[in-house]
Write a protein that binds this ligand. Structure first.
Ligand code: SAH
Length: 216
């Protein structure tokens, strides 16, 4: 079975490359992380299809292409400290952990945070710290962050996150309505301003909380 999963993972990475993912380090990270370990038993056979899948608490594990694209947009280096908002299954967290020095990840649902933490431990991924609380307020004790990734759909970029971004840092966040969003990249400029760039369309579950959507 392991070999079958490896084979499927290689095929997925080939498809991602064909789909326009160019950063070889990102592709290597996608090849390294066993996505089947992040889904429920009965979905393991589908883990290497390029689509989102349901996880616990009515949430989803993101589509591999979207994980790869967002990771590519972050332009990570090995010395970076990253904040992720929306741990979910922990899959994107594991991909970030391959490419950055340290990943802080926040998840609203305790059950998901706990399961993701256990999976990452089982895989021997040690440069991640996960906590359960509203990620729209950020994680001020550990700020500033070189990179911030939001993996749930926001009505607008949460202000506390922008303020916890290091100068020269990048944040990628899906912004739009509840049904669909666009990937927006913010760069924090020297002198305090931010530069905003609009990317492709995506569909994420809603970012809830104080600086997100107010209710399910
Ligand atoms: N990257 C994850 C995506 C999970 S879906 C993966 O691939 O598995 C988005 C996650 O964001 C859900 O688990 C949801 O519970 C979480 N979420 C929503 N609002 C949040 C908030 N304010 N703070 C932290 N997590 C939040």
């Amino acid at each position: 079975m392991q070999r079958e999963y490896e084979f499927q993972r290689k095929r997925l990475v080939r498809d991602l490359r064909a789909h326009g993912v160019r950063d070889e380090r990102v592709l290597a990270a996608m090849l390294a992380v066993p996505r089947h370990r992040f889904v429920k038993q009965h979905l393991k056979q589908q883990a290497y299809g390029d689509f989102a899948l349901p996880i616990e608490a009515g949430q989803t594990i993101s589509q591999p292409y979207v994980v790869a694209r967002m990771t590519e947009m972050l332009k990570l280096s090995p010395e970076h400290t990253v904040l992720e908002v929306g741990t979910g299954s922990g899959y994107q967290t594991a991909v970030l952990a391959q490419l950055a020095r340290w990943v802080y990840s926040l998840e609203l649902v305790a059950e998901l945070a706990q399961m993701a933490g256990a999976r990452l431990r089982d895989l021997g991924i040690g440069n991640v710290k996960i906590q359960t609380f509203d990620g729209t307020v950020g994680w001020s004790e550990c700020a500033p962050f070189d990179r911030i990734l939001v993996t749930a759909g926001a009505p607008e970029a949460p202000k506390p996150l922008l303020s916890q971004l290091a100068v020269g840092g990048l944040m990628v966040v899906p912004v739009g309505d509840r049904a669909s969003q666009r990937l927006i990249t913010y760069r924090r400029l020297r002198g305090g301003g931010t530069q905003r760039n609009e990317g492709e369309g995506v569909v994420f579950v809603p970012l809830l909380g104080r600086h997100g959507w107010q209710e399910r």
